[in-house]
Design a protein around this ligand. Structure first.
Ligand SMILES: Nc1ncnc2c1ncn2[C@@H]1O[C@H](COP(=O)(O)OP(=O)(O)O)[C@@H](O)[C@H]1O
Ligand SMILES: [Mg+2]
Length: 221
């Protein structure tokens, strides 16, 4: 769909409601890099590292060896612990990312950054700081975000799509002719890249997400 994956150095937003596989696709993106011997960082605001490792293990991607090798850092940022998390994002993380120089970074999910402050300008600042640090480190970055329930192709925070070079919308669909509920994704934007614009069905299975590149889903999200 993308002629060879997410473009190097891009910040790509995976947007969708809960349960559509954003975390799964993030882990798949990470694992692809680990398989190639790359260094990677997973910043989790949602799930704790043990739960993530368990989820990845279910898909057949054991993370422990890469953590042990020092090639993978699973970092938990607790949205409840706003002071600490803000401090980390503003001062320590940019330095850590610069020093570690990961090829791939995941931030899951940026929607929870909203919990760190009620000031909208400050929230925008945090998101910019974080994505700037990922870009500066030379990484290709995946951000996940919750979609606005009323507008499935818009993020709930209304700003994540603007810091991203690419946006992939994921959501449940109904294949009306066959009366089957399923999942589909659409690449809404991918700067400097030619890409498919149709909505493609996908499944979540033992090896992660598989996109059916041939079938087109003509329904609505
Ligand atoms: N090992 C697995 N095999 C098949 N499907 C799975 C597996 N683990 C999770 N899923 C599916 O993935 C969904 C959750 O995906 P997840 O990436 O956590 O979603 P999100 O991050 O968008 O909330 C579950 O609802 C389930 O349908
Ligand atoms: Mg998730």
């Amino acid at each position: 769909m993308l002629n060879g994956g997410f473009p190097t150095g891009h910040v790509v937003l995976l947007l969708g409601p809960p349960g559509v596989g954003k975390t799964c696709l993030s882990l798949q993106f990470l694992q692809k890099g680990l398989d190639q011997g790359e260094r990677a960082v997973y910043l989790s605001l949602e799930e704790d590292p043990e739960a993530l490792q368990a989820a990845a293990g279910e898909f057949g991607w054991p993370l422990a060896p890469a953590i042990k090798d020092g090639r993978l850092k699973l970092t938990r940022l607790d949205p409840q612990d706003a002071n600490n998390s803000l401090k980390r994002i503003r001062s320590e993380l940019p330095r850590e990312l610069q020093a570690f120089a990961p090829r791939r970074v995941v931030v899951d999910s940026v929607s929870l950054l909203a919990a760190l402050t009620s000031d909208e300008g400050e929230r925008r600042g945090i998101l910019f700081t974080l994505t700037r640090a990922c870009r500066a480190a030379g990484a290709t970055t995946v951000l996940t975000a919750e979609a606005d329930p009323l507008h499935p192709e818009v993020s709930r925070d209304g700003m994540s799509e603007y810091v991203a070079d690419g946006v992939v919308v994921l959501g449940p669909t109904e294949d009306l002719p066959r009366h089957q509920a399923g999942l589909a994704l659409r690449i809404v934007k991918m700067r400097r890249t030619s890409h498919v614009r149709t909505r493609q069905p996908y499944t979540i299975g033992p090896g992660g997400i598989t996109v059916d590149a041939k079938a087109v889903n003509f329904g609505a999200f």
